[in-house]
Design a protein around this ligand. Sequence first.
Ligand SMILES: [Fe+2]
Length: 214
Amino acid sequence: MEPGLTLPSGGLPSAELPSPAVAEQLLLDAEAINPGGWVTHSRYVALAARCIAERHPDLDPERMHTLGLLHDIGRRTGPNKDRHILDGYDFLTALGYTDVARIALTHSFVIPDLDTLQGAWDGTPVELACLGDLLAAVELSEEDRLLQLCDMLAVAEGFCTVQERVVDVALRYTVNERTTEKWRAQLALKAHFDRVCGVNIYRLLPGLVERLLA
Ligand SMILES: [Fe+2]
């Protein structure tokens, strides 16, 4: 099986998630600390997750929306780069929101390997080692996988294709020797959700197909 194609069962119901209203407030508070395009990106990711989950046999749309809103909440300590992954995990874990903390941790790791991060690590070596330990202990769920995909379906300005997004990330973070492997895994992820949902998931994102055909 190719990297990135292990797809365990869907996410389990859990109370370890803020209400939609609390999630919205956490995002607004973070925006006040560190405003930027990451906030609108997060809103589009949340909407993509909701729209795809509505067609998915096992996932809950409202839960996925909340997970999407908060996946990048580690940007509250920014401007930052990949350190936002660990900062988001720590922030949400401290609040007791362990399910969304897991999403903050896994959303950038379509291949769960630190070497696939693009660009220089902007935390300490100890923090990087901590991130590696956390990642090694995680088993990716269908919820993790959908958020990984949705993170690739939105930039600050709106919905995009996976191909458009990989170029966006490459230009902001650079590439390394694992990047093409990661791109294959990201495209495989999109094909997985197309198959499970029985539709090209681009058609589920409001306005995307119309923009591509314009
Ligand atoms: Fe994101």
